[in-house]
Write a protein that binds this ligand. Sequence first.
Ligand code: ZN
Length: 277
Amino acid sequence: MRVANVRGRPWLLTGATEGIDIHAASERRLGRDMGDVYDRWDELSRWTPSAHAVKQPFEVAELGPPSPHPRQVFAIGLNYYSHLEEAGLPAPEEPSVFTKFVSSFAGPDTQVTMPRGNVDWEIELVVIIGREAHRVPRAGAWEYVAGLSVGQDLSERASQLQGKLPQFCMAKSFPGFSPQGPALVTLDEVKNPMDLAMTTRLNGEVVQDARTSGMVFAIDVLIEQLSTRLTLYPGDVIFTGTPAGVGACRKPTRFLKRGDQLVSTIEGLGEIRQVFV
Ligand code: ZN
């Protein structure tokens, strides 16, 4: 199933811009708002609408992020071999974890107001947790995933890297810096999540072109490693790292400008679109 956040309510998608309001179609049993979805994910993921459920159109601009207020947000740095290579860094021994504050969350089709500095792109596969997870072994880790989505870990590189200590969380959490969507896609709809094509286009030009198979720590390893130390909760969001092609690693460097349009696509999950103002 594909579940999208339409004006704060969960809709089961029946097309790119058409779906069923889950709360109405479940006789108000499920999904009063998009956050509720993950507290009762097992129930919701087994639910099917009746044949009479009303399909309604929506506009992509009305979509919010698939998990709008997670308890926790994890982002993984340096998690693609190609990105390590362009950055000239060795592979980390364990995942490098930071957060993107939830105030930076946004839907899939947005205008992003650029702060001062150098705003860069990072396409990322986003994982949304569906069950509480603590000390989960790698072998069973996928059972804790509600689904996947497309995200951008937008990053302002001047404040990220110029101080004595790097400021990942702050530099990646300006308003609108964590666009996600268009929907949460459950695993039964994805052939092999660890081998999906991912592409970022800047004004039509391909600037990132990779596959999720290039991850250093695969998604099941990330869940194992994160849940060794802490508890993951339903609705928690993991940004799983970006492949090569970011502006900061180019020679010369290249950053976003006013009026630029960024389109980020992951095979089978859809695309998100940001315009910078
Ligand atoms: Zn990132």
